[in-house]
Write a protein that binds this ligand. Structure first.
Ligand code: NAI
Ligand code: MG
Length: 364
C-alpha cells in the first residue's frame, strides 16, 4: 500500500511553505516512483480554534494514527490564541501521544548562505543534534506549597528512566555508527546536577559498550554550547537530554544562518506511531501573508520524511526513498548557490518561486 502522509499546514507561513513542500515531494515521487498518499487536515491551527474553541477535534488521534508520517507546517497565532494553548493543544500532544522520543535536527552550513560565525565555509559544519523528547527536565511532577506567603516553595522534578535514557542514547550511537566520522558527543552536567546527570553518563557508558566502533566524548553543557560557536567543525552527532537538547537544537541552526533552512524530525523509531516532520521555525506572523517565507526548511523536512519512510534515519534506507532524499538535498544545495533567494537570504524571490526553482532542478 502507499505510504499515508497526514498534511497539517497549521498557521501563518505554515500555510505558505506547505504547498512548496508538497510540490517538491510530488516532483520527487514522479521522478523516483515513490508511492505516497496524502490526507489533508485544516485543524491543529488557530483558525480551527477560532471556529470551535479547540485546536483539534476530539477524534484527532483516529485520523492520524493509521498514517505513516505527519507533515506539519507551524502552529501559533498569538493575536487570537495564547501560544501555550496552541502548542499544548496540538504539537505537544502529537509528541507525547505518539511517543516521538527522538527530536532530530541536522545542523549544516551550505554554500551561498552567510554564516554568522567568522571563517566558516560549507562542509565545515555538518552534524546532528539528537534530543530526548519525552522526559528529563520537562516533567509534570512537582507542585507549589504555601502559595502567596513568604514560605512559598515551588518544586519541579526531572525524570530519567532507564528505558528513556537507553533508547535515545542507542539511537544516537546507531546514528553515529553509520556516519563517516563515527563520533558521538554526549552532553552532560554531572558536575552540577549530581544525581540525574551521573546516571545519564552511566547509561551512555553502558550503551556505548554495544558500539565499540564509535568514539565518544562527554562535555558539560556550558562549554559544549560555547564550542557550538567556537569549533562547530568538531561535531558529528550530539546527544542530549530534553532541556539541553532543546537549547542546542536552536543554537546549532542559529550558527548556520537563517532559521528558514532548519528542518526537524520528531521520531518514534519503533514505528508503532507516526513520526512528525516539521521546519524548526514557527508561523512567523510578522511576514505571514506576503509570500516571502523561505520554504526550504519545510522542503528539507519532507526529504527527511522520505528517508524515514524508506526506513532510513538510523535504519538502512532503501532506494528509491534514499535517492529521493539525497536528490532533494542536492537540489537545495544548488538553489542556495545559484538562486533564486528569499529576502531572509538577501534575495527578492517569493516562497513559490523557490518551490518552483527547486522542483525544476530536481526534475532534471
Ligand atoms: P518564528 O520562527 O515564527 O519567527 C522568528 C523570526 O524568524 C521571525 O522574524 C520570522 O519572520 C523569521 N522566520 C521564521 N521562519 C522563517 C522562514 N521560513 N523564512 C523567513 N523568515 C522566517 O518564531 P516566533 O516569532 O517566536 O513565533 C511565532 C509563532 O510561531 C508563535 O505563535 C509561536 O508559538 C509559534 N511557533 C511554533 C513552532 C512550531 O509550530 N513548531 C515553533 C516556534 C514557534
Ligand atoms: Mg525550542
Amino acid at each position: 500500500r502507499p505510504f499515508r502522509i497526514a498534511v497539517l499546514p497549521g498557521d501563518g507561513i505554515g500555510k505558505e511553505v506547505m504547498p512548496e513542500g508538497l510540490k517538491v515531494l510530488k516532483t520527487a515521487a514522479d521522478k523516483f516512483g515513490l508511492n505516497l498518499e496524502y490526507r489533508h487536515f485544516e485543524w491543529a491551527s488557530c483558525d480551527y480554534y477560532a471556529q470551535t474553541g479547540q485546536m483539534m477535534p476530539d477524534d484527532w488521534k483516529s485520523h492520524l494514527q493509521d498514517c505513516d508520517a505527519i507533515y506539519f507546517g507551524a502552529v501559533g497565532w498569538p493575536a487570537i490564541v495564547p501560544d501555550h494553548t496552541s502548542l499544548y493543544g496540538s504539537l505537544l500532544k502529537f509528541r507525547r501521544e505518539f511517543d516521538q522520543y527522538i527530536n532530530l535536527r541536522p545542523v549544516r552550513l551550505f554554500d551561498g548562505v552567510p554564516c554568522p560565525l567568522a571563517n566558516r565555509k560549507a562542509g565545515d559544519i555538518d552534524f546532528f543534534v539528537v534530543r530526548e523528547n519525552t522526559e528529563g527536565e520537562y516533567s509534570a511532577v512537582g507542585g507549589k506549597m504555601f502559595e502567596g506567603t513568604d514560605r512559598e516553595i515551588v518544586l519541579q522534578e526531572s525524570i530519567f528512566t532507564r528505558i528513556g535514557c537507553d533508547r535515545v542514547l542507542r539511537f544516537a550511537f546507531e546514528m553515529a555508527s553509520r556516519r563517516a566520522r563515527k563520533h558521538l558527543t554526549i552532553a552532560t552536567k554531572s558536575n552540577g546536577i549530581a544525581i540525574s546527570m551521573p546516571y545519564w553518563d552511566e547509561r551512555a557508558a553502558e550503551i556505548g559498550k554495544e558500539y565499540p566502533g564509535v568514539t565518544t566524548d562527554k562535555q558539560h553543557i556550558d562549554i559544549l554550547s560555547a564550542r557550538f560557536v567556537l569549533t562547530p567543525d568538531r561535531f558529528d552527532v550530539v546527544v542530549a537530554s530534553n532541556l539541553f537538547g532543546d537549547i542546542l537544537s536552536d543554537l546549532g541552526p542559529a550558527c548556520t544562518g537563517t532559521i528558514g533552512l532548519a528542518p526537524s524530525a520528531n521520531l518514534n523509531p519503533d514505528r508503532k506511531f507516526p513520526s512528525l516532520f516539521e521546519p524548526v521555525h514557527g508561523s512567523a506572523p510578522d511576514i505571514a501573508g506576503k509570500n516571502i517565507a523561505n520554504p526550504i526548511a519545510m522542503i528539507w523536512s519532507g526529504a527527511l520524511m522520505l528517508d524515514y519512510l524508506g526506513r532510513g534515519l538510523t535504519g538502512a534506507a532503501q532506494k528509491p526513498y534514499l535517492d529521493a532524499h539525497d536528490a532533494i538535498v542536492k537540489a537545495i544545495e544548488d538553489v542556495l548557490v545559484q538562486g533564486p533567494h528569499t529576502p531572509d537570504l538577501g534575495g527578492k524571490a517569493s516562497t513559490s518561486q523557490i518551490g518552483d526553482a527547486l522542483s525544476k532542478v530536481l526534475a532534471k
